[in-house]
Design a protein around this ligand. Structure first.
Ligand code: PHE
Length: 337
């Protein structure tokens, strides 16, 4: 009989574990805890047992009943509070929204750009924000008297003009060339600094992604094809682009890439300065002097480079019409992306 009672107790424990509602709990009570329940039945049976084992059975049975009652009370309370809170809910109250954090739209853009170039076989490289004049200018074939070096454009860290905040990501090209042999296929994202007046189109601190491809027989056609492949994936097949001849000391020939203005669709507005076009990148074939500065023989190798402004790309894809909104950190703006 002791074994039977132990089995009963195990059975009660299993059934308790399966009770998920008030109704099931009530069934449990009817089965075990009422006068005609199974536990009480054993107490009746006990009366016929031999006197020497009666106390042992009694102890075992009492423990079993206490156990069942304890578990029953716990569940009873649980279901009682559950119904109470249910009653407390005011279904007419407006819901409370959970705001999850997201990546900043500029970082989202950078990740998408990185992903597209990575799929084309480009690796990612980085360089320091505080550069020396050599990497930012001289090695990139800037003439000693080039106006970009001027105090007006460049933030110098020291008055001897040796250290500065990089004005573009192109110095990373030099660092990459100096540290590896062709073929080189890298993009170089980072923050850049220019002493410019801040307005709806430009900031003094912004981000660029540089691209560099160096190998034997690299052609201008490949540069154009790469940029077009990227731009179509970034902006969709329908966007219109144009390549405009331009000048950079570190590329020859050089070009600027424009996209049709997202805001006015090409008819002319404040953002595109009424031209219908927005400049999104500078590019060109790497100048032989730059290859030499990077320790690469221009007789054997050639290459192309490009540089995108990440904020500009972000404005285009988000439809934000003022670059300053990106960094005011107004949650009403940032939560939209
Ligand atoms: N560094 C140039 C700029 O800041 C962009 C550029 C990069 C142009 C690479 C040509 C090649 O405007």
């Amino acid at each position: 009989m002791i074994d039977e009672i132990r089995n009963l107790r195990n059975q009660i424990a299993t059934e308790i574990g399966e009770i998920t509602s008030k109704e099931l709990l009530d069934n449990f009570r009817m089965k075990y805890l009422v006068k005609k329940g199974e536990i009480q039945a054993y107490f009746e049976k006990m009366k016929t047992a031999a006197p020497d084992i009666k106390p042992i059975i009694g102890k075992e049975l009492n423990e079993c009943r206490q156990f069942a009652e304890r578990e029953f009370k716990v569940l009873q309370e649980k279901f009682a509070t559950a119904t109470e809170t249910k009653v407390d809910i005011d279904m007419t109250l407006p819901g409370r929204r959970n705001f999850n954090g997201t990546f900043h739209p500029v970082l989202q853009t950078l990740e998408d750009i990185t992903e597209i170039f990575r799929s084309m076989g480009f690796t990612v490289a980085e360089g320091p924000d505080i550069e020396d004049g050599y990497h930012n200018f001289d090695a990139l074939n800037f003439a000693p008297d080039h106006p970009a070096r001027d105090m007006q454009d460049t933030f110098f860290v020291k008055s001897d003009r040796e250290l500065l905040l990089r004005t573009h990501t192109s110095p990373v090209q030099i660092r990459v060339m100096q540290s590896q042999q062709p073929p080189i296929r890298s993009i170089m994202p980072g923050r850049v600094y220019r002493n410019e007046s801040i307005n709806s189109r430009s900031l003094a601190e912004f981000h660029q992604v540089e691209g560099l491809y160096i190998d034997k027989n690299v052609s201008l056609a490949e540069l154009k094809a790469t940029i077009m492949a990227f731009a179509k994936r970034m902006y969709g097949e329908k966007s219109k682009f144009r390549f405009r001849p331009s000048y950079f000391p570190f590329t020859e020939p050089s070009a600027e890439v424009d996209i049709s203005c997202y805001l006015c669709g090409g008819t002319g507005c404040r953002i595109c300065k009424h031209s219908g076009w927005l400049e999104i990148a500078g590019c060109g074939m790497v100048h032989p002097n730059v290859l030499r500065a990077g320790g690469i023989d221009p007789e054997i190798y050639s290459g192309y480079a490009f540089g995108f402004g990440i904020e500009r790309v972000t404005l285009l894809r988000t439809g934000i019409d003022d670059i300053r909104l990106l960094y005011e950190n107004d949650l009403r703006v940032l939560r939209q992306f």
